[in-house]
Design a protein around this ligand. Structure first.
Ligand code: UT7
Length: 328
């Protein structure tokens, strides 16, 4: 049987500090009622001290322990983020150093909210070809480092968090079965961080104009997200001859409960099959999908059919079909 890439463990990390809707209502003109009804979010976590790599260290150390893996056994680390510790070197490099994964090479992957499914699909290739035995895929974002807490249209959405999975070869046909990944750079100005790159290097002007913060045209992004996340999720089901009865779990990007509901409806799935933790963590960008897997890990059974689906800045979007590989 063909070698497939299976998730053999998942671990998350969330900072302790909770920022509630009530807390935000003291900073900007908003309310718990507005945020809850428009997004489904009640609170999010904020990292007070430390960088993205520090969250990743916590998640990966837990993952290595849980999967009985010594750090020097890991071959490759793919770290999806839009909030790296530095423009360079990569946060994957920092992570490898801090966790002692001294035989691994790694790189950062920028695909915003689709970062984890891009990383998972990429990592799976190295396992399927037989090149590597252990690939760690991390989704981490310290969104509080780029969120403008004077902008009520964005600061209510985002939170900080990290999730990581171990990918290993499987010969029972479990793990990643298929993926559909898409991008459209024409959407780049609807959701982006304008300053700090080579387009607009940091200057007094970029700081004065608040260009180092996330800018989002929410309504436009919402429109594209609802259509594309639902379309690509339905597409991967059709491509693999899956009916709604065949799908055990939808693992959707946690950006807005209304987008999640639209995707589940399109796939014909009832609420019980949809992983949702947006009320606790908000949108942690690259962190949402592995954090869902982590929260729901105990409910997952070997052989379950999962569809992971995301839409985000870029625009980037896509879906992954995988068969869960273990009982916890
Ligand atoms: O994760 C990557 C992809 N990102 C997404 O998928 C996010 C997609 N977008 C969204 O989730 C939604 O567009 C938002 C949650 C960002 C906004 O919800 P919306 O229902 O699209 O609201 P809106 O932008 O149409 O604004 C409706 C009203 C406006 O007031 P007027 O013009 O009707 O008087 C806004 O000024 O709500 C106002 N508003 C707020 N009111 C209270 C906007 N933000 C807030 C707020 N509190 N925080």
């Amino acid at each position: 049987m063909k070698t497939t890439a299976a998730i053999t463990g998942v671990q998350g990390y969330l900072p302790d500090h909770i920022l509630s809707n009530e807390d935000l209502a003291k900073i900007v003109d908003t309310s718990d009622e507005w945020i809850t009804s428009r997004t489904g979010i009640k609170e999010r976590r904020i990292m007070k001290d430390g960088a993205s790599s520090d969250m990743a260290v916590e998640a990966v150390n837990g993952l290595l322990k849980k999967t009985n893996t010594s750090p020097d056994e890991v071959d490759l680390v793919i770290l999806a983020t839009v909030t790296p510790d530095y423009p360079f070197p990569s946060t994957a490099n920092v992570l490898c150093d801090k966790t002692g994964m001294k035989n691994a090479w790694g790189f950062d992957l920028i695909a915003a909210c689709s970062g984890f499914i891009y990383g998972l699909s990429t990592g799976a290739q190295f396992i399927e070809t037989g090149k590597y035995k252990k690939v760690v895929v991390v989704g981490v974002d310290k969104m509080s480092s780029i969120v403008d807490y004077q902008d009520r249209t964005t600061c209510i959405i985002f939170g900080d968090g990290c999730g990581a999975v171990m990918l290993e070869p499987n010969n029972e046909g479990l793990g990643v079965q298929d993926f559909i990944l898409k991008s459209d750079g024409a959407g780049r100005n609807y959701l982006f961080q304008p300053g700090g790159g080579s387009f607009a290097p940091a200057s007094h002007e970029t700081v004065d104009n608040r260009m180092h913060f996330v800018k989002q045209e929410g309504k436009q992004v919402f429109k594209f997200a609802v259509t594309n996340m639902a379309d690509v999720s339905a597409e991967i089901m059709e491509k693999n001859n899956l009916t709604s009865d065949d799908v055990d779990w939808l693992v959707p990007h946690q950006a807005n409960l209304r987008i999640i509901d639209a995707t589940a409806n399109r796939m014909g799935l009832s609420k019980e099959k949809v992983m949702i933790n947006i009320e606790k963590y908000g949108n942690t960008t690259a962190g949402t999908l592995p954090l869902c897997l982590w929260d729901y890990e105990k409910q997952l059974k070997k052989g379950d059919n999962l569809i992971l689906s995301a839409f985000g800045g870029g625009f980037t979007w896509g879906a992954v079909y995988l068969k869960w590989a273990y009982n916890s």
